[in-house]
Design a binder for this molecule. Sequence first.
Ligand code: SF4
Length: 441
Amino acid sequence: MPSTTVQDFKMQSIIDMGLQYINGFKTIKSARKKGKKVIAGFLPPLELGFCSEKTIPFFLPRFTEFPFQGLLEAFTKINKVRLLSLIIGFWDQINAFLSKINTAQTNMNSQAFVNTFSSLDNLSEKANFYLDSCIQTRICYGVYLKYKKYFDLLLGGFEGNYCLHFAKFYERIGRKKPVFYIEKPYGDNSLEHRRNLVRKELEDFFVILEQVTNENVDFNHAKKKMKLVNETRQMAALIFNKYYRKGYVPLHWVSSLLVHGAYTDSLSNIDFFHEKLRLLLTEIEQNMKKGTIRNYKKEGIPRILIAGSPGFDPALPQIIEKNGGCMLYIDIFSNYDKSNMIALNGDFIEKYTDYLLLNNFEKGTEDLMDFWIEKARLVKADGIVFNEVWGCRFITPSFKLLKDRARNELEIPVIGVNFHNFGENVGQISTRIEAFMELLT
Ligand code: SF4
């Protein structure tokens, strides 16, 4: 059987990242009290929020308040004296005992998560947000409605350039809040107009940044922070190359999800995130030496890569586990090379333009297919589960393409699962995954 989350949550780096992640709302309130401006967003240009000492980036869904939020203060105090990992180890023993006599506790916890997200979805519905949108944009719009007074600027572009739902999301928020939307047309770097447009977009962004902060951008400061951003990418790549590619699964999907969430805005503090990622690497290496990180490839435990629209029912990885497999959620642990780094010599805007262009879509959805096929090939995945989100007109229609490519190029099977809303459709997911896993074991 695949290992549990408890081992990961004994790692100090995971505890620290987890507490900081769920502490998002408090972080924002205290930053604003200190006069900082909050730049909300979702994807890579978000690191531009580190370019001024007066701004911090913030991953919008981090505003979500979780059911156990009330315990946060106590957890943080205990963590300060470094007792939390011991308690988690102890909890492991208690839980093993409890699970033998009662599963209701676990079910209640998952239900509390589902309720949190459903309440945000309900807010969107009440505000007549587009009913044909996918659940991700609906939840994000709910977050916006509830917390709009806590951020100063919404920065978008990447995802909105290809996804109509996201574009409409920005457009709608833009009626009430300042939104800066970076346009990045498809195509390769031979198209000169593309480079000129992106450069102009960035110049305009920095003008807005100066207006928001009321001071000039210090590009030396920006480069200092981007150096740390680059290093976090190299560390993430190391986790991929050193462990996942060799068949090891150093992180359970829950903690991998946490690291991905933390990575999006570097927990609004790149120095902190850099330090924790470094600690994570050390702790993974220590676990390797202790022999607690298993090589699933060698053990014959099927490793299933998740592809398709991000945002899946938490029941999905649990069902894969119940059927003897392990879900690999490893998007950020990419095989970064120099072209994925922000060059730090010379004119910052010029170099950041290069970086954005190199990390952009050239063809459209086919780029995503290349990304997943390459990842599945590198980790020698045993299968791929494709998450088909209801309402998604960009990623979901590519299911057949991915299926054909995986069969022809990698000779591995792909299964599609439908996701509409949390907790819905679990029966169908179960039936499909069970049959799929039977095929692999
Ligand atoms: S799941 Fe599809 S529709 Fe939703 S935001 Fe992503 S690309 Fe857009």
